[in-house]
Design a protein around this ligand. Structure first.
Ligand code: SF4
Length: 167
């Protein structure tokens, strides 16, 4: 807190996104890590562009990942299928979680999609589009699970409002 004031308004740190939209997401239990390439890599984190986005505990991780996904849908040049269609599919599956319509099978779909995009996309944009998602699936799977049960742990309400897909 002495170097930035900490999280304002009495809220708690939820996570931090390192290195831009292509970068991994870190969590409070990983905070005690030196900000250098080797130390961060051991934690599955990276410096990337040097950007740091800090999120407090009022942010729903699914909503945040949807925003990341929107960025990649917008930025994809559309040349290769894993990136062009993969980002759209990722957004739609995340939207199912957000609206309480996801099932256990959607975990597998997300993981398979992430692997395909990371290994089969033609350039770094598509290859790194699922990096943030991977961090969250690894460290906050229970938040995805809660959405399957129809509850967002942030707003603590059922989110089965069934709105339309944006993409
Ligand atoms: S991975 Fe690169 S080449 Fe393929 S669609 Fe995405 S931006 Fe275009």
């Amino acid at each position: 807190p002495e170097f930035g004031g900490g999280i304002p308004d009495g809220k708690e740190l939820k996570c931090y996104h390192l290195g831009g939209q292509s970068g991994p997401i870190g969590f409070p239990e990983q905070l005690d890590t030196r900000y250098d390439h080797t130390s961060l890599k051991k934690q599955g984190l990276s410096i990337g562009s040097g950007a740091v986005v800090v999120l407090d505990d009022t942010v729903c991780i699914i909503d945040y990942l949807k925003k990341v996904s929107e960025f990649f849908i917008h930025e994809s040049c559309g040349k290769c299928v894993p990136c062009r269609e993969g980002n759209r599919q990722m957004y739609m599956i995340l939207h199912k979680f957000a609206t309480g319509l996801a099932t256990e099978k959607d975990f597998e779909r997300l993981e398979r999609l992430s692997f395909t995009m990371a290994t089969a996309s033609s350039c770094g944009l598509g290859q790194s589009a699922s990096t943030a998602l991977d961090s969250c699936l690894k460290h906050r799977r229970e938040e995805f699970q809660a959405h399957i049960n129809g509850i967002c742990p942030v707003c603590l309400n059922s989110r089965k409002y069934g709105d339309q897909y944006a993409y």
